[in-house]
Structure formats: structure tokens, C-alpha cells
Write a new protein. Sequence first.
Length: 573
Amino acid sequence: MSTLTFLTSSLLLASASFALCPSATTQQQTQLANEAKAVLDGNWVPQMNSTLPSPNLYPHQWSWDAAFIAIGYSHYDTARAIDETEALFRGQWKNGLLPHIVFNPATDESYFPGPTFWQIETSASAPDNAATSGIIQPPVHAISSLSIYKNARTTASKKIALDHLKTIYPKLALWHQYLYTERDPLNEGLVFLRHMWESGMDNSPAWDAALEAIEVTPDMIPAYTRVDKGKVGHAKERPTSFFYDRAVYLIKLFYDNSYDEAAIFEKSPFLVQDVLFNSILSRAGIALAEIADILGLPEDAQRNRERSAKTAAAITSKLYDPVEKFYFNYNMVTKSLIPKKISGGFGALFGAEMDDVHVNSLVQHLYSPAFLGEDLSSWTIPSVAKNDPGYTNTTYWKGPAWLNINYIVRDGLMRKGKSNPDALKIGEYLKDRSIEMIGKVGFYEYFNPISGTPHGGHQFSWSAALVIDWICNAGTEVPSKPSSKDGENESLPKSALSGVNMLYGTVLVGTIALIAAVVNFVNTDSKESEEEKAEILELLHAAEKKARADATPVSGSVHLRRRTLGAIVRRST
Ligand code: 9WN
């Protein structure tokens, strides 16, 4: 690397650290994006090279969390987005299984089930140098790696993102290969899940009937102690002991069978095909094909597209119920659809093959009182239909709204609803209302869908990451007052706004100093091409523009900074 290239890289990366969300159109958006950034940066654990989902509840790295988190980082710190992804893949099993948790050895005991409980050493496929769980989560990863590449804004970050694609592609391909071979024994294009946690929507009422069919007595499972209940506001918001007993029962079944997928498929009482998981897989397959194209691997790209299309078609042919006009999960043990209307059903919009009738049937469901209401009175999509007997406002995946689901459904509505104005309207609504809610109450894990009040873990990373993605990708209005139509007595707490703008200003000053140093260098190094110099100068102009836009009254030195930047740019042109 030449000296100038090195300096250019430093400059580009440094400038990226303050140029968060150039597309933000209001001061409120800029502030919220900066607060979100502070959440992610606060949850970053350098020793693990990864980010905690939430500091009080989840002390390790989780799989789909890491993918959403990397999407957030991709807008301001390409290197960290890559670190996050690569840390997760260090836990990948030899057969391609990407575990739902990669454990942080420093905090082994603060989460149940911890690393020893999984007994992954019973499998010949377990990784040699990482402590992990033995189950999976939705495969958002190819989507996030592609986002890292697409969102890289500078030449230097684009280069490291391309290197990342080269490194990660074989691992992603192995991950998808595992899903399509080990988890699709009937070759339907639909993978099966063997644990509720694999869905990411852990205690959804969709699993209640399957769990009730599993007889568990204390002598059948190892003794265990939960640590989650004392860590949230109300223990009743967490899953029940009935649920945990069955979660543990299944883990024991896995290690008793050395994590052999064929044996588990034969013996497990819990085997489901999940709409959301498969829909994400289908979309991730397209992302994987795009990555293969970027890397010049047309045959791989073709194979990924074909597999993705098969999954997309199978979701609609097997999981769409034309009578209920909804997408349902499928119980492979009872060989029947699970007639529970949950938010994951709308996940079909993200990756299933649909015609206008399917899209419209989901849009009508969203407008129904069971979900958002005709007047769109709910804050965001509840995780379960409000008229389901298993619905509650505050218990985890039994009713509360989760930001990642709203993000996925919103994306699907905008893509699949191009000729359906109602779909586009709800899509916009979901984004605006989610941002409004977070701006008001903070970056929590889940939310009462009726009142918008926050629950579960606080400083929740994917809530922060996805807000960054929304604001950086489009620039959404953040109304100052929520137009809540509370259906309950809960009231919205004030947002815990932080002083990130101060920090922001400090970073800006440091960056300007670096810019000055580089400009001096550019002017004296005649060996470098005019093209490279032009690139740096273009960056300087962009940096000045950005600094002007971002300058806020919190700092008294704004005018000085503007003058300094102006002088630097003039001197160099
Ligand atoms: C079990 C980390 C994870 C999320 C899941 C969410 C919750 C864990 C738990 O937290 O699950 O994996 O202990 O409840 O349900 O989607 O990935 O944020």
C-alpha cells in the first residue's frame, strides 16, 4: 500500500465516522441515528469482536442479532460490521451449521443455557475453537454481508467490504448448503426447525400445541437454573417454566443423538417449517447469488437463484391457506398447518413467491382490527393477532411488537406492493411509526403494540441498528409528538436522550485535523496520480458539505470549523 493510499484510507475511514446518515433530513433524525449509534457502540465488546444484543439480558453474540447489527454498522463503520460478521462465523460448525449463540467465555454463567449445557462436543461437526449452542436462527447473514458491501461509501471501505465478500462467501455458501441438505430431508425447498429458539420468535403461541404434546417430567431433563427472570421488569413477561422444560428436553435430545440431523428428524417431537425463516432464506439466497455475481462466480449465482426460487414457491404452495388467506407455519409431526395468525406470517412478503391476491390478502389482514386496525391505530405489528386467545400486550413473542419483524414486513410491502397503494401506505406507516415510537421511548427489545410502551431488554442492539438503516437509507420524518391511541393505561416514558452530539463534535474536530494533514501531503506528493488526488478532494468537498449540515448549536466552535474546512478545500483546489 502506498503512503498516499494509506493516508487516503485513513481519511476516508475517519470521515465515515462522522458522516452518519447523510440522507437524514431533519435534526431529529440525525439525533436519533446518533443515539442508535451510541447504543451499538456501547454494546460493542472488543474482547469478543462482537456486540451484545442487550447489556442486561444477553451477554453473548446471537446469530440473527449479529446480522441486523452488522446492517446498522454498515452505515458508519464497515470494518466493525465485518468484525461482527466474522466473529459469528468463527463459531460455524464443520457441517455448516451457524449456531444461534457464540458464547463469550468471560460471562459463561450469566446466561442459561450456557456453553457446557449444550454438550456440542458430542458432535463430530462442532467447531474446535469456539463455545457455541447447537441450534440455529433465521439466515439473515447473506443479506447483511451484501449490505456491508453496498453501504460502503468510500473507496477504502468498499475495498475491505469486497475482501469481506471474498472471505465470507464460502462460509455463507456452506451455511446455506447445510440448510438445504441437513434441514430439508424431503427436498421440498423448505427447511425444518427443531427448536422454538430457532425461529427467533421463541414462545410464540404458534408452538403451544406442539409443546403441549411433549410430556416432560422432572426426571426426564437435567436440573437447570434460569437467570433471565430477574433481569427484566416483570418475570411474567418472559417465557414460562413449561416452555423452558421443553426447551431443555429438546436440547438433551440433540446431544443424546450427537446432533445427528437425520436421527433428530426421526425422533424429535418438535419439527416445524416456519414461514418467516424460509422467507428470509429465500431472500438470503438472492443476496448470496448477488455476492456470487460480484465475485465472478456465475454458476454459483445460478444455483443460489434456483434454490431461492424453489423456496419462494414452496412457501406459497405449502404454507398459504386459501381459506384463511394467511401464511401459516407447518407442524411436520402432525402433518398439518398451525392455524395461528402471527406476525411471522407477514414475513412471507419478504421472500415468498406471491401474486397480487396473496399480497392483498396480507394487506387486508394488516388493516384488520386483529393487527393494525383500519385506522392504523396500533403502533406497530403485534406478534400475534389481538383476537387470538394466546395474545397478551406485554409477554415477549405472545403479542408485543418487535422492530425486526416490522422491518422485514415493511421491506416486503415496499417491494411486493408496488401496484398496491394500501401496501405502500402501510409500509411507510410501519417505518415512520416505529421510528416515532423508538424516538419517544428508547431502544428497547419489544413494545406493547397498543400503547407503544417498552419492555424487555433495554439498549437493544437490533432496534438501534434497524433505526439506523431506515434513517440512513431513506430519511424519514420523526414527528415530535406521537399520535398514540392507547388501548391501555400504560403511558409512554420519556426517551433517555443522550449527549452524543458532544461526542460527535469531538470526532469532527479530530477528523478535520486529519483532513488538514492529508491535504498537505497530497500537495507535496507528486508521484500519485491526478485521479487519486481528485478523489481525495472530492471527499473533502463532501466532508465540508456534511460538516455544514451536521453542525449543531451544542458546540460553540461550529463557525470556526466551517471556516477551517472551507480554507482547507480552497487551498487544495
Ligand atoms: C433465546 C437475543 C435473542 C433473540 C431472539 C429472542 C431472544 C433468547 C432468549 O433473544 O431469545 O435465543 O433467551 O430468550 O427471542 O429472537 O435473537 O436478542
